[in-house]
Design a protein around this ligand. Sequence first.
Ligand code: HEM
Length: 125
Amino acid sequence: MNPGQTIYERLGESAGLRSIIETFYGKVVQEPLLAPLFPEDIQPVIERQHQFLTQFFGGPTLYSDLHGHPMMRARHMRFPVTNERADAWLACMNAALQENEVEDELREFVIARLRGPAYHFVNTP
Ligand code: HEM
C-alpha cells in the first residue's frame, strides 16, 4: 500500500469508485429496509453519490462544485434514517467493496470512514 495515495486513488479513481457504487445501489434496491426510500430511477442517485464519494475520499471536489456545501445530514432529514437503516447501508457498502475485490485492509478503512457519517445521519428512533 502506498501511504501517499488518497483513498480515491486506492479504490481505482473514477472508474473503480463507479463500479463499487453501482454494485452498492444494486444491493440497496434489493434491501427491504432501504429500497422504499429510494426513487425508481436510481441513476441520478448513483451520479450524486459518485460525485460525493469522489470528494469524500480525496479526489476532485465534484459534489461541492455542482451542488454547493454537502450538508449531508440535512439532505437526509426528509428520509427516516434509523439505526437499523444505517446498519443496512453499511452492510450493502461492505458487500459491494468485497464484490469489487477491494483488499480487506482498505475495505475496513473505508467502512470505518463511512460509519461515523452513517450513524450521524440517524434522525428517527
Ligand atoms: C445511514 C443510512 C443512509 C440512508 C438510509 C440513506 C438514504 C438516502 C436517500 C433515501 C437518499 C435520497 C435519494 C434521492 O435522491 O431520492 C440519499 C441520498 C444521498 N446519500 Fe444517503 N443514506 C444513508 C447514508 C449515507 C452515507 C453514509 C452517505 C455518505 C457518507 C450518504 C450519501 C448520500 C448522497 C451523496 C446522496 C445524494 C445527495 C443529493 O441529493 O445530492 N448517504 N441517501
